[in-house]
Write a protein that binds this ligand. Structure first.
Ligand SMILES: *Cc1c(COP(=O)(O)O)cnc(C)c1O
Length: 253
């Protein structure tokens, strides 16, 4: 259903978005000695997933009008060691993915979108999670997020190789292929984790996903109301964005 919704080819359901970010970092091949660039204005996991695999997080500053990572700031922090970019769609508004993807192509970097805030959001003509401008996108279904599975998350990708790696890292590094099919046999080919989503969680997610567009229009209505009536400085939505807002941050001097 997430593939249908986002337009991505593959989707791997996981126990939470932190687990999703961890296996995305592993699938990306991020390791000790590597650097990955992310934003300082986010939840802990965007940087922690870099540390989980022994790599070093590097922070690039935000655009103060959107609170999203500023592509010009990313460019300043790219070094020989940079291997990945982890933009976060803060409050639900997509980052400028075309600019980020251009930097990634120029320097041969992997892009992992932390879309924990942004299921239902759109960037230009694409849904966040389509991976049109990235290698992988990670969603969170924690109770505070736009849709919930109690705890849960998902990783989308259009790359079969990454998809196979994500599936293996989610389930103990186990593989069952060739002659092993229809037998009790399996092989462990890398060190994996137990990051599966349960069927109970998935059942709730299926029902939540059907209501996502209704949630989105109500959230946009509320944001519009706050913009008109709160009288406080707030984040600006760019023309390329049609956000399913998760948060409404106000800017206080
Ligand atoms: C909530 C959140 C996460 C972690 O999600 P969990 O499902 O709780 O692990 C990661 N990144 C961001 C930006 C978040 O807001």
């Amino acid at each position: 259903m997430i593939c249908d919704y986002t337009g991505a080819k593959y989707c791997v359901a996981v126990s939470n978005a932190t687990a999703g970010l961890h296996i995305a970092a592993l699938a990306a091949g991020l390791k000790k000695g590597d650097e990955a660039i992310t934003t300082p204005i986010t939840f802990l996991s965007s940087a922690n997933c870099i540390c989980f695999v022994g790599a070093t997080p590097v922070f690039a500053d935000i655009d103060s009008e959107t609170a999203n990572i500023d592509p010009r700031e990313i460019e300043k922090h790219v070094t020989e060691k940079t291997k990945a970019l982890i933009p976060v769609h803060f409050a639900g508004q997509s980052c400028d993915m075309e600019a980020i993807s251009d930097i990634a192509k120029k320097h041969n970097l992997i892009v992992i979108e932390d879309a924990a805030h942004a299921i239902g959001s759109e960037y230009k003509t694409t849904k966040v999670g389509s991976c049109a401008y990235s290698d992988m996108t990670v969603f969170s279904f924690h109770p505070v997020k736009t849709i919930t599975t109690g705890e849960g998350g998902a990783v989308t990708t259009n790359n079969k190789e990454l998809y196979d790696k994500l599936c293996a890292f989610r389930a103990h590094g186990m593989h069952k292929d060739g002659d092993m099919q229809n037998t009790w046999e399996y092989e462990m080919r890398e060190l994996g984790y137990n990051y599966r989503m349960t069927d109970f969680q998935a059942a709730l997610g299926i029902s939540q996903l059907k209501r996502l567009d209704v949630f989105k229009s109500r959230r946009r209505e509320i944001v519009d109301y706050y913009n008109k009536n709160l009288g406080l400085p707030h984040l600006i939505e760019r023309d390329f964005s049609n956000a399913c807002f998760h948060l409404y941050p106000v800017l206080v001097d």
